[in-house]
Each structure stands twice: as structure tokens, then as C-alpha cells.
Design a protein around this ligand. Structure first.
Ligand SMILES: Cc1cc2nc3c(=O)[nH]c(=O)nc-3n(C[C@H](O)[C@H](O)[C@H](O)COP(=O)(O)OP(=O)(O)OC[C@H]3O[C@@H](n4cnc5c(N)ncnc54)[C@H](O)[C@@H]3O)c2cc1C
Length: 328
């Protein structure tokens, strides 16, 4: 019989807790309160003591750690194995992870091991008439589905980055419990060989004041320099959507969105970007969003403060010329 607790799987890197997990702790606290249950953090890693200290200010009732040298780097097989055991013991109502690159792999593997229901790509989660209801975008964000979880056992839910703000929660003293990793006999089918950092000197799009975002509407790689010229005239950085990376037209460090970076510049100029939720979630909190798209029904106009329905190439030369006059 499942309990009512809410478990948040903590993602971390180089001693820092990922923002996707921090946002889930605020929401998880609300859910646990509404369910009359406990909010539990699951922290897997090598040496996680500093993370436990940081989590003590996050409104948790319980922190369960699993420490082992083999958990130093995230590994799908190992993490799913350890978490399945942890969730099997705790029997919570909900397991929450970010809809991040890690969560996208880990959550289905975990749900499959547990035989549990899985809801991915959530943009909201709340309680309605005692039932947990997850809101998910459909058709690139044009529609939203609200899905109620009816199963009695633990359910696994992944939530988009940026779906909730990172909130200050009244700190409480969480009980800390260590669980053994119990990895004996586990055959890892993949292993991290090397982790490489982004080359020094490359633009960090998360720190840019102004960003020009380029989408597949640019049409061909040869036209990307026109967007760079506008960015240069504006003193802006350049970022892009995922198809631009998949096409090999722009580097992955420039990608915004669920599987890219989250940016919050003062100005975001979206050029030829449809505004699928997996993209918008990574930039919707920008202070001023201006979108140019030739399709008036493009979802980007739902997050844009200022929208221009036009062929971007009819405006780019003029915009670049005018921006150059600003001399930024
Ligand atoms: C698991 C998963 C994770 C994902 N993660 C990400 C992510 O992190 N980041 C991301 O970006 N996407 C991500 N995606 C993909 C996402 O769903 C969209 O497919 C993608 O964002 C669309 O990119 P786009 O807007 O560049 O291209 P399109 O959807 O092809 O849109 C192009 C837009 O350009 C407009 N256009 C065309 N020509 C012109 C013109 N001349 N002038 C003006 N407008 C024009 C069109 O009207 C259209 O709206 C993910 C998808 C999945 C399933």
C-alpha cells in the first residue's frame, strides 16, 4: 500500500543543486502539505554531505542519501537501480524529477522498474478533489491536457524546468537517513569515460543581457550570419532552438529550452521560432520578449510581450541598420 509522501530526486553537479530540483522542492512542499504527508529528498552521489546541508533550508521533512563512488557521475542504469530500491522502500505517492536530460532518461527507467505510472513533461501539478493532477502540453503547447493519477502505488512525474519559481520555503530540520547503494552484482551497460567542460571564451548565454534567438525559420545555415549581424549591432548574444543544433547549424551551448539552457535576459528577440513549450520554458521569464514570426498562430506569440507577424528577412536589414545607430 503506497503512502502519501512526495519524493523529489535531487539533481546536482559540482556540488550545486540544479534549479530544476529547487523549483520542485517548493511545489513538493505544497503537495506534501495538501496530502498531509512528508516531503522527502533523494540524494544520490559520491560525497553528498554539503548538499544535505544546503537542503536543510528547503522545507524538507526527510533527506535520504545514497553514497557510493559509482554514483559520482549520473549513470542511467545505476541511478535507476538505486532509486527503484529507495522508492520501493519508501512507498511514496509521488516521485518528482525535472524534465531534464537526466530526468528524461531516469524517470521512464524508474517507472518501468517499479511498474508505476509515468507522466512526463509536466508544466503544473496540483491536487484536485484529493487526486494528483498533472498538466502537460500537447501539440507543441497549443493545447494542455490535465491528467489525473488514479493508481494507488507511487507515480513518477517529470516537470519542465522553469514551470515553478524557486521559492523560499520555511526551513525545518529534516531527518537525514543514509541508505546503502547495494550495487553488488549490478552490470552497468554504460560508463562515463570523460566529462568535458565548455571551451573557455565561448559566450555563456545564461549571462547575456540581450539575446537574439534563432529558430528553424531562418531556413538555411547561410542566412544565420544575418542574425549575428543584428546581434552584434545590438550588443547581444545569440542563442537558438534545438533543431538548429540537431541540423548542425549552431553549437549545443547556444541551445535554449528543456534540453538546453534557461535564460532570463532583459530582452529576448525571437526570430523564426515557433515557441514550442520545450523551447519557451527556457526563456519565458525574460523581461521583454519580442517575436518575429510569419505565422500569426505561432505559440511564441503567447509568451511574447511584443509580436510582429512578418517574414524575418524583410525586417532584419532594417533592424540591423537601426540598431547600429544606437551604437551599443
Ligand atoms: C524531449 C524533447 C526535448 C526538447 N527540447 C528542446 C529544447 O531544449 N529546445 C528547443 O528549442 N526545442 C526542444 N525540443 C523541440 C521542440 O519541441 C520544437 O520542435 C522546437 O523548439 C522547434 O524549433 P523551431 O521553433 O526552431 O522550429 P519550428 O517549429 O520548425 O518553427 C519555425 C518557425 O519559424 C517560422 N518561420 C518560418 N520562416 C520564417 C520567416 N522567414 N520569418 C519568420 N518566421 C518564419 C515558422 O512559422 C515557425 O513558427 C524538444 C523536443 C522534445 C520532444
Amino acid at each position: 500500500m503506497a503512502g502519501k509522501d512526495v519524493v523529489v530526486v535531487i539533481e546536482h553537479w559540482a556540488g550545486e543543486i540544479d534549479g530544476s530540483s529547487l523549483q520542485l522542492l517548493g511545489k513538493g512542499r505544497d503537495l506534501a502539505d495538501a496530502l498531509g504527508s512528508e516531503l522527502v529528498a533523494a540524494v544520490l552521489g559520491d560525497q553528498v554531505e554539503p548538499l544535505v546541508a544546503a537542503l536543510q533550508t528547503r522545507g524538507l521533512d526527510r533527506i535520504v542519501t545514497v553514497m557510493d563512488a559509482r554514483l559520482h557521475y549520473y549513470n542511467g542504469d545505476t541511478y535507476a537501480h538505486v532509486l527503484a530500491r529507495l522508492v520501493g522502500q519508501l512507498q511514496p505517492a509521488l516521485v518528482l524529477t525535472g524534465y531534464t536530460l537526466v530526468g528524461m532518461e531516469l524517470a521512464p527507467a524508474l517507472a518501468a522498474r517499479l511498474g508505476a505510472p509515468l507522466l512526463t513533461n509536466g508544466v503544473d501539478i496540483d491536487l484536485r478533489d484529493g487526486q494528483v493532477v498533472v498538466t502537460r502540453p500537447l501539440f507543441g503547447g497549443i493545447y494542455q491536457a490535465r491528467v489525473a493519477i488514479e493508481a494507488a502505488g507511487p507515480a513518477v512525474v517529470t516537470i519542465q524546468k522553469g514551470a515553478f519559481p524557486v521559492r523560499d520555503v520555511a526551513p525545518r530540520s529534516a531527518r537525514v537517513e543514509a541508505m546503502p547503494a547495494a550495487l553488488e552484482g549490478l552490470q552497468e551497460r554504460c560508463r562515463v569515460i570523460e566529462v568535458t567542460e565548455q571551451a573557455a571564451g565561448a559566450l555563456d548565454i545564461t549571462k547575456a543581457d540581450i539575446l537574439v534567438g534563432v529558430g528553424r525559420g531562418v531556413g538555411e545555415a547561410a542566412k544565420i550570419p544575418l542574425c549575428h549581424s543584428l546581434a552584434e549591432a545590438l550588443g547581444a548574444g545569440v542563442c537558438c532552438t534545438r533543431p538548429m543544433v540537431d541540423l548542425g547549424w549552431m553549437p549545443v551551448e547556444m541551445q535554449v529550452g528543456t534540453s538546453g539552457k534557461t535564460v532570463v535576459p532583459n530582452v529576448f528577440l525571437a526570430l523564426g521560432i515557433s515557441g514550442a513549450s520545450q523551447f519557451s520554458v527556457g526563456m519565458k521569464d525574460s523581461r521583454l520578449i519580442i517575436a518575429i514570426n510569419k505565422d500569426p498562430g505561432a505559440p511564441i506569440f503567447q509568451v511574447a510581450h511584443c509580436g510582429v507577424v512578418a517574414d524575418m528577412f524583410s525586417l532584419l536589414p532594417l533592424l540591423t541598420q537601426e540598431a547600429a545607430k544606437l551604437g551599443r
